[in-house]
Design a protein around this ligand. Structure first.
Ligand code: DCP
Ligand code: MG
Length: 368
């Protein structure tokens, strides 16, 4: 009897623009081309962070989310540019229009990144590699920008692949090479494995996919909860997640656990400003605004509280996020407390006309 695979075989492309904001700036300002460009907050003053850097700037070690001050230290002749989100949004709309020539199954992950399911492409091209090549060419011709594409049979492998030959890359990982590829992959590259889980895995002697593969599904679930089931499959190259064209983001935020407990108002406010800046950047990247701001505080004794405030219309700017979070923190009491974690989340992204009570967010803050 022939054994049929129990999971679907799809043709998935993951597209990601190269050094997105920086490339748009270099395209629109010829004097920036070939130069180290840092897009983000200014290096003077507090709280400025790098949104992205041109490839020329990355040679100096400059990376996204790094304080702009540090970027300046690494490369004193770098050119610092404030982001122009309207320009990035316009490019984003255009690339999505290009994608839609080939398929309607498009799941944007952010302004510069999307999954496409081209199992049944609109033009009947059939070969996913050809489709990826044509999309890259259209982006070059129509937008004078480069993108990298990953092609495979599922989302996870396609996403890993798009990152492998950046910039201007095209990488195909076919079904027969997936398992071998997974075995060499470091654990932190696996979907859903953050810093904390990666650390836990390394402490257990699990460094690569091959190590993960030695554990049974039960063992993985015992150690990593529900995600264990997912790891079990993914390390065998199985990822059944569909490309979801209308996926809704329910919340977006950032949090930080501190190396030592915060005890003064000044320290807490400074950390909240940093977190607010990260949240603001993420909201811009995903083109979102929300009507509810939630503050999460974890104390030294691991007690945790959340406090939220809702607005009549959606907000997303740094000032509002930072001021609201500080106010919520102030009202939760800051005298005689030891704070080990602070987090800010935006939610309630729906239409403002739909009357809703502020969401209760306790225990729902995992969606970062
Ligand atoms: N971005 C941001 N803050 C971050 C990460 C990213 O504001 N911490 C913004 C700037 C990026 C854009 O999102 O240009 C896309 O993010 P990517 O992670 O795809 O990074 P890039 O496109 O800049 O570079 P790469 O060529 O590595 O994809
Ligand atoms: Mg990118």
């Amino acid at each position: 009897m022939e054994i049929q695979p129990t999971y679907p075989i799809r043709k998935i492309i993951h597209i990601d623009m190269d050094a997105f904001y920086a490339s748009v700036e270099q395209r629109d300002n010829p004097e920036y081309r070939g130069k180290p460009i840092v897009v983000g907050g200014p290096p003077e003053g507090r709280g400025g962070v790098v949104a992205t850097a041109s490839y020329e700037a990355r040679k100096f070690g400059i990376r996204s989310a790094m304080p702009s001050k540090k970027a300046l230290q690494l490369c004193p002749h770098a050119i610092f540019v404030r982001p122009r989100f309207a320009a990035y949004k316009e490019v984003s709309n255009h690339i999505r229009e290009i994608f839609s020539r080939y398929t309607d199954l498009i799941e944007p992950l952010s302004l510069d990144e999307a999954y496409l399911d081209v199992t049944n492409d609109k033009l009947g091209i059939g070969l996913a590699i050809d489709i990826a090549q044509q999309i890259k060419q259209a982006i070059k011709d129509e937008l004078q920008l480069t993108a990298s594409a990953g092609v495979s049979v599922n989302k996870f492998v396609a996403k890993i692949a798009s990152d492998m030959n950046k910039p201007d890359g095209l990488k195909f990982i076919g079904p027969s090479s997936i398992e071998a590829f997974m075995e060499t992959l470091p654990v932190e590259k696996f979907f859903g494995v953050g810093k904390v889980t990666a650390e836990k895995m390394r402490n257990m002697g699990l460094h690569t996919g091959a190590d993960l593969k030695r554990l049974s599904e039960d063992e993985l679930t015992r150690h990593f909860g529900k995600s264990g089931k997912f790891y079990y499959k993914i390390v065998r190259g199985i990822d059944e997640r569909e490309v979801q064209p209308n996926r809704e983001t329910k919340s977006m935020g950032a949090e930080d656990t501190f190396a030592y407990d915060l005890t003064t108002e000044e320290e807490m406010y400074a950390e909240l400003e940093k977190i607010a800046q990260t949240v603001n950047n993420r909201l811009l990247k995903y083109d979102l605004k929300g009507r509810t701001i939630t503050l999460k505080v974890k104390y030294a004794d691991f007690k945790q509280i959340t406090r939220n405030q809702s607005f009549p219309s959606p907000v997303g700017d740094f000032e509002t996020i930072s001021a609201t979070a500080k106010q919520l923190l102030f009202h939760s009491g800051i005298d005689d407390v030891k704070v080990r974690l602070l987090g800010i989340t935006l939610s309630n992204f729906g239409e403002p006309t739909r009357k809703q009570k502020p969401e209760k967010l306790d225990g729902q803050l995992e969606l970062f």
